[in-house]
Design a protein around this ligand. Sequence first.
Ligand SMILES: *[C@@H]1O[C@H](CO)[C@@H](O)[C@H](O)[C@H]1NC(C)=O
Ligand SMILES: *[C@@H]1O[C@H](CO)[C@@H](O)[C@H](O)[C@H]1NC(C)=O
Length: 345
Amino acid sequence: MIWPVFAATALAALADDSCDAQIFLQSFATQERPAGIYDAGPVAMTNFAGQMPSAVSPKTSCSQTSYLPSAIEKKFKLNAVQLTKDRHVLCGALKGTTEEWLAMNLKKTPATSKSDIFSQICPGPMATKQVIEPLVGLLRDPRFLCLKKPELFTFSVDWLVLADNKSFPSTTSSNSRRIFFDAGGSRFVDALNFFVTKYEERGIEMDQIYVWEMEKKNASQYWAGTPEDVRAKWEPRLTWYNGIPVSINEGDMHNPVHRIRELCRMGDFCAFKLDIDTPKVEGALVQQLLEDHGHLTEFFFEHHVQSHLMHLYWLRDINFDQNFEHSYDLFSALREKGLRAHSWI
Ligand SMILES: *[C@@H]1O[C@H](CO)[C@@H](O)[C@H](O)[C@H]1NC(C)=O
Ligand SMILES: *[C@@H]1O[C@H](CO)[C@@H](O)[C@H](O)[C@H]1NC(C)=O
């Protein structure tokens, strides 16, 4: 189990950082995770505690597809490279935002349309107006590199605001389908466990899951670290393309964007995580989403670009001709099309 060790290290790290400690401890206190799920090793997601409702409070209807970046997002988007150039500048620019962002998300506090932090999105006309975490900083947990032990937040997902059944009421109808597409599946426990568990907590229970993983493995490897009851629940719903790389060819059954356009209908809830660490393939698929994302609702993607601060973590598998300015443009463009596009970790 890595969890107790992780928690102890985390608490020690906070001993002299009392303001941060409050936010950080929150994310431990509100977590309820089944025993055994942390046996996965150091790449598993951490801190599953985000709980903010995705609907803007009070409830408002959309008139058209639109995206409204918050004040803090506008500031970062105008100076994406400058504000991410070193820790001092980055953490200075995030100061004041991080605390409120995490506290609201961890305490289930709804965001209003007046928020300076949370951005607003209308996926289409007649939809419910929604909030989404802002595009700021390194496009990951804002505590990363700004607290004394950055590694504690490398794989944190506390900062994300996922969709829920109140923003997408059709998800509670028996006529609608809820489908998750996972490109770059590695093991169930690494990321998919977080997504299906979090969506279920938010009232959206996935009924079909498609997983592509280039590196062939056997079932006990794929399910390693997953408790039996969790595996028993999700395995029958999961189609596992084991040892099959995703394709970028239009119309190919292993092109996840093609499958999304084909399978997801109006009123269905579809989410897609793209994480295959191959910039060329990822870039082509993202381009296809920009052209037509069909009825995809949420998208998660880690865009690897040139960055002094991220260099240590991303190493060589990056888009050498791109930087954070491109990432901000990309996620903004997807959000402007009504797609809840999130940066992934
Ligand atoms: C929406 O999800 C919540 C759990 O987050 C659940 O309590 C509620 O019953 C769901 N609503 C409907 C209409 O199913
Ligand atoms: C799965 O693969 C691992 C590693 O190659 C091996 O040790 C294990 O025996 C295999 N399990 C099964 C059930 O085939």
